[in-house]
Design a protein around this ligand. Sequence first.
Ligand SMILES: Cc1cc2nc3c(=O)[nH]c(=O)nc-3n(C[C@H](O)[C@H](O)[C@H](O)COP(=O)(O)O)c2cc1C
Length: 449
Amino acid sequence: MTERKLKLALSVYGVGGPGQHSLWKDPRIPKDASIDIRWYIARAQQAEAAKFDALFIVDSQFINATYPAHYLNRLEPLTLLSAVATHTTHLGLVGTASSTYNSPFNLARRFGSLDLISGGRAGWNVVTSFDTGTSRNYGLEEHLDYATRYGRALEAVEVVRGLWDSYEDDAFVADLERGVFLDPEKLHALNHRGEHFRVDGPLNLSRSKQGQPVIFQAGVSEEGRNLAAQVAEGIYAPGEDFESAVEYYSDVKGRLASVGREWDDLVILVGATPVIASTDAEAHRLAREIHEADNDFDRKLAAFGRAFGAYDFSSLDLDAPFPDLTAQAERGGRTRAARIIERAREGGLSLRETVEEFTQYTPSPFIGTPTTVADTIERWFRGRAADGLNLRLRTPDDIDRFAGEVVPILQERGVFRTEYEAETLRGNLGLKLPENRHTVERELAGAVA
Ligand SMILES: Cc1cc2nc3c(=O)[nH]c(=O)nc-3n(C[C@H](O)[C@H](O)[C@H](O)COP(=O)(O)O)c2cc1C
């Protein structure tokens, strides 16, 4: 058995996403970073030089003027990643796309194309969409409820995977002598009839050398965990602290056996925001400074509305009890919203107190000198809180510092790779190559006959 190795992805927020709202003010960040493809290519090349597994692009399709800077003006993930693909060779390219607001045929085609363009490095981060207002950009009055959204997500992944297997790997014989381009026996329609989708297929695209793009998932509710156990090969998990990350890790991995999957069929990456300095005290001072730069009450109040369907709290009495927003939370970020509502009710908190409590300074576990940060990462990795990290590094300097000072320690300790193991994302993540289902069937039939 090959030794288990840490996985690292880089999550890039051009001018500043959640928790990094004021990043755009940093002199090292061009004000148009979120729409500058050269910015993303350069960050991807930094990540690739450090032997990271992947570049990770999050997404949303709803904004109002209060949203984080990066959300206001941003490139569409697959378009972005296709351009990055042509300037990198080994780095995985994971794009977020909503199963709620896309048709599976379209998703299969776009991610299948990225997988071919990149030579087998594509990944799809399946989200059901956090921002409920997205529905009104797609002709729906209301965001779909949880059960429908997650039911649709599962069926969408099944359809997309079925479409990706439309061609067996040796379908294109291109035999000049016989004048045969395609072996029609190796082309398969899907003829899917489900609760949410009717899709005939086939897809007009062959498979890449990793077989199929890697399926990621991000979502922490019961429904999200079940979806992950059923279909995800990678997870982007919150990872707030060691104990809750261990609980999440063992809970989700524990669900795999009941659906016939093994522990190593799923790689869990937790989100991490390292702050590194030459002493632990200096790093903590810096982390506090970053928090304070974002610590404006009106901005926090506006951001707070996001989990409640972009609810506008600004006209409410700040000192009245936290309002009953159960209905608004039902369809969006229910997991976080439920925690907020419960805590406000239990503690008898006002709106102001609730906002202050949930936005108070909670230091990331990954703060300190390079050695301290490497120690923490190793503890999380060996302690099965994570298989890897999705690093929300803020500036190019921060990426350089992590790559130049933390990565070598992890390599020396045998935790992280010194060379890529493979050319594909699947290969580097240590995931199995999915054989084409029709080839498997043919071989099984042949063995029986
Ligand atoms: C770490 C993490 C990252 C996420 N990233 C995105 C994202 O980029 N875009 C999006 O629409 N939703 C994103 N989601 C939201 C999920 O798709 C999901 O809709 C939301 O979390 C509510 O479901 P849940 O209660 O299962 O978490 C993310 C969730 C988590 C936990």
